[in-house]
Design a protein around this ligand. Sequence first.
Ligand SMILES: Cc1ncc(COP(=O)(O)O)c(C=O)c1O
Length: 351
Amino acid sequence: MPQYWTDLVNRLTPYVPGEQRSGTGVIKLNTNENPYPPSDQVLAAINNVTADALRRYPDPQSADLRQALAQYHGVNLDQVFVGNGSDEILALAFMAFFKGKKPLTFPEISYSFYPVYCDLCNITAKMIPLNNDFSLSPDSLSGDCGGIIFPNPNAPTSMAVSKSDIEKLLQDNPNVVVLVDEAYADFGADSVIGLIKQYPNLVVSRTYSKGRSLAGLRIGAAFANANLIEGIRRVKDSFNSYPLDVIAQAAGVASIEDDAYYQKTTRKIIATRERTIELLKGLGYTVLPSSANFIFASPADKNAKRIFSELNKRNILVRYWEHEKLDQWLRITIGTDIEMDKLIQAIKDIS
Ligand SMILES: Cc1ncc(COP(=O)(O)O)c(C=O)c1O
């Protein structure tokens, strides 16, 4: 163990994000970023941030942004929290609701940050296998535990579960917090934000990184009843009072005001997704039904690793995991139609 490290730091296995390769000719389909830019209104809001605003600390409560989100989603201001990306919100929620309790339940195949936060917070992970077809039965997450978390749609499988199944899970597990990570919900899953009024144990997290084309700015939001939001805020204010800078707060409000633009780019991504799925199926790929801005696909010969490295050599980046249940699969972010055509051509060339 390197000198000065704590035992905890020595034990950690940190999360490894997808490669951020840049340069001309790179087709980046590996981190589920949006292929379209943020709207002009958002760029104008960023440009309009004044020197005086930059000189000062930002509003620690991000009231304008929370108000815009509250109005957009039809909830109260005290039912909204914002943070530096939804990753930060997840970390704060782990500390607020799961640390020091019984094991945290989540699907064995889901967002790989969950086990990392468990390690960081010394929480035991109770991982539940998916069904053989990679679908998730929310019922399987029920039972004795200190909390439940899952993405909807799930990642990296892209499949969504229904609102009624989530509602049953909430009813069956009233004594623990159920955190639904809706990072990709803009692309087709039923949101359960509306259920926070009925279920005092529900937290829903969202992100601007996918549907709102602002991964570089780091904006996440959480929705829950006022007591749970207050719990997250207490952890935030014991850690970093100002998680969102003035630029992020201004851009976040402008993005909500220009919602029509994002509805349009989201529709385009969904159309490209469905087209790409058909093209890949035509090449013999198995592709799971997707409600996200990415797809999960397996080549006919199951040799996903070869396709991954051949695409990589051609500057087309997709995601591949050396994991016994995932190593026949590729997770491919939906880019523009032109990018996806280049992907399909490269796959044809490789085969
Ligand atoms: C399921 C899931 N949740 C949360 C996040 C974090 O998003 P961000 O921190 O960019 O808001 C991601 C990012 O890829 C994700 O896949």
